[in-house]
Each structure stands twice: as C-alpha cells, then as structure tokens.
Design a protein around this ligand. Structure first.
Ligand SMILES: [Zn+2]
Length: 318
C-alpha cells in the first residue's frame, strides 16, 4: 500500500491551533511516528506536508497535489482540535464509503486509548478531503486546549492507534528507527569533508550530548542534532521551526537532511560571534572552550561534559 500522510499545518501562514500544547508540534510528532511505523510494516509512505506556501489555500492545495501526483492509495491528514478548553475527544472526517470505513476503524482505535468518541463526521466541507483522489480521512486526534485530553495524550500511543486503525497491525516502535537515524548521522559525518577533520569528534560529541544519542525530537523531527537555535544567517541552509526544549519555547534550525545539518553546524560557527575560532582548530578542547565563552551555551559545565564524550565520539568515527 502507498499511504499519503499529511502532518496538518506546519507551513506558515498555515499554522495550527495553540492550546496547552501546539497543534503544529503534535501533528509533526504523531505524523513522524505514523510514517515510520507504516514503513516498518513494509508500506510505502509519501509525506504530503509541504515545506513552504504562499497562503493557507496554497498550503492545502500542495498537500492534495502531492498525494494525487504520487497516486497514493489512502490519504491521511493529521490534526488536533481546539475550541473552548472544555470540549474534548476525538473525531475523524471522511466523505467516501471507503474513507468512512477507515475513519471508523481509526476512531475506534484512538478511543480504545480512553479518548471520548465524537464520531465519524462528514468531511465534505474539508478541502483536503474534497480534493484528493484516494480514499481520505482527516483525523482530529484530540483537543490541544483540553487538559483532560492533553493528560491522556501520548505521541507513540496515538500514532500506533492510527496505524492499527489503518492497517489492522501495530507498527514497530520507532525506537529502532531513531537508532538508525543516529547511525546515519555518524555515517554522514564520517563521509563529509570538513576543513579541520580533527574537530569532527568535537562536533559529534556535541551531538551526543545535545540530542541524547539520537533521541531528541528536535533531531528526529527536524534533523537538528546540535540543538542549534535559529539565526538569520542560517537561512541559506535551514529554515526556522518553533520548538519547546528543556529551556522553553524558541526558534530552532530545521534542516532538510542530516547532510545539511552537518554542514549547517559550520555555517552556524562561521557567524560573527565566533570570529577567530580557527585559531583553536587544532585542539577540540580549546575549540569547545572558545565557542562556549563566545556564547554557544550558557551552561558553564558544557565544555567539560562535551570533553568527557570525546572518546566515545572518536570511537564512533573510527
Ligand atoms: Zn488543524
């Protein structure tokens, strides 16, 4: 089967609802896991989420066009609801009979997690359902402004429920996939020529710390293993994405690929706050001290933490 998966919104000016959590973040997180689980079950998946659009209607049209051009067998648009803080529960929209059958199946699985069923609803006023050729559903997983729903919500369980509703099977947990992506980052780093190869280990040690060896959502969803915040000079190699990390909501770099991330790191370091870093390029330790003093990270213990990880990084790159 070929699935078209659309992570709702995430394409300014098409942005999602904001409640206790942000719809944009949740649709990406659930969508990513749905995609990887479907792939693990052997299905082909087309990610129909566009990266840029001139307007909301352009954003919606691009999603449909991607699905139709790719001749997907089933189209699934993932959304979260918001209303008045009191409404809660899940609902799935569809138009065709095939779509309604899938909608009922997906809704049943989501409600088996404990969410209230608001029912299968008529999607004939929803653009992405009207303008896709394949049987299509739009899932409103639950309400981002409902504390009841947000307490119950778990990214992995929601994704598994959607996949089970679509296929009848439970996908493999994406933990393995995150491991694969981490290995991929190391391979990309190994294969990339950088001006000062002795600093590759420092670059990888920073990633080990920042993304927890490939586990952070910033890495899994946005290809940013270094926790690089958004700076306008990054626009040549990255786009900006709003993301809530341990230190709160901020704008971060989103890279198209891990290759872009590995090279983008050096674009980040090439900016004016770090002018003169090349004087320290012969020693990973001196280099790290210099960039941290120049403002790379407010945590004064950061340099020591990264230096302790250098042996692991050197071993991984060997
Ligand atoms: Zn939405």
């Amino acid at each position: 089967m070929k699935y078209g998966i659309d992570c709702g919104h995430n394409c300014p000016p098409d942005s999602g609802a904001v409640g206790i959590k942000r719809e944009d973040e949740l649709t990406l997180a659930v969508g990513y896991q749905v995609i990887t689980q479907l792939q693990n079950l052997g299905h082909q998946v087309i990610n129909c989420t566009p990266t840029s659009a001139k307007s909301v209607s352009d954003s919606l049209a691009k999603r449909c066009q991607k699905a139709n051009d790719s001749h997907v067998d089933v189209f699934v648009s993932i959304h979260f609801n918001a209303f008045n803080g009191k409404a809660y529960g899940s609902e799935v929209f569809a138009i065709s009979d095939k779509g309604k059958t899938l909608a009922k199946s997906v809704l049943n699985e989501i409600c088996s997690l404990g969410f209230f069923s608001r029912g299968v609803k008529d999607g004939s006023r929803l653009y992405v359902l009207c303008n896709t050729n394949a049987p299509a559903i739009l899932v409103e997983c639950c309400f981002v402004d409902s504390s009841k729903d947000m307490q119950l919500f778990d990214v992995g369980k929601m994704a598994s429920a959607i996949v089970k509703g679509l296929t009848g099977l439970t996908g493999v947990s994406p933990v393995q996939v995150s491991g694969d992506k981490w290995v991929e980052l190391i391979d990309v780093l190994k294969a990339t020529d950088i001006k000062y190869p002795q600093l590759k280990a420092a670059q990888l040690a920073q990633a080990i710390l920042e993304c927890g060896r490939g586990k952070s959502e910033l890495f899994l969803l946005h290809n940013n293993p270094y926790g690089l915040k958004w700076r306008k000079e990054m626009s040549a190699c990255a786009t900006s994405v709003r993301y809530t990390a341990h230190d709160g909501l901020d704008d971060y770099c989103k890279f198209e690929s891990l290759q872009d991330a590995v090279e983008g790191y050096w674009v980040f370091i090439g900016r004016s706050p770090y002018a003169g870093w090349e004087r320290y390029a012969n020693s990973p330790g001196d280099y790290l001290k210099f960039i941290v003093d120049a403002g790379y990270c407010p945590d004064k213990g950061y340099v020591d933490k990264v230096i302790k990880l250098l042996p692991e990084a050197i071993a991984l790159l060997a």
